[in-house]
Design a protein around this ligand. Sequence first.
Ligand code: IMP
Ligand code: MG
Length: 175
Amino acid sequence: MTDPKLKVLISAERIQARIRELGEQISADYPTGRLQMICILKGACFFMTDLARAMKRDVFLDFMGISTYGKGKTSSGEVKVTKDLDISLEDADVVIVEDIVDSGVTLNYLMHLLEQRRPKSIRIAALLDKPERRLRPVHVSYVGFQIPDRFVVGYGLDFDERYRNLDDICVLDEE
Ligand code: IMP
Ligand code: MG
């Protein structure tokens, strides 16, 4: 896709190399037990499928739909569950798989929600982290890349539902 508004920030090669490292690290941290990965739709779907294949052990996969952002680039600040999990989390080691942590509103809410379902443990893996933007505290155990405060698209991330299928993560400039 050649689009003058897009500038590559993290190439597909770097994304894939980092995900292989994360897969090895997470696998080593959970040598045994039932490991439940939860993909936050839709942005994390590419990350989840690559991360699951980079794991050195058996994992269970499930999906959860959350919406915070309306159209465009600003958060509504409101979190809504649009699709709940199919499975119980009781006694499972849970890893929430998210595309990006921005204000932290989504993951802060989600951690509280899922902790009530009595998992054995719960951690967060996020491909991208924009620490400068944090409004709510969130502890992210596994971070792919820390990025500056720029709006990015690709590899699952969208702007008004566009650009999700780019291989690279790109900055979207609209001047
Ligand atoms: P938070 O609740 O503010 O941390 O927002 C997290 C959600 O906002 C992510 O799951 C993304 O869907 C969206 N988001 C935040 N920053 C970006 C960005 O730079 N590009 C695309 N989506 C983003
Ligand atoms: Mg999202």
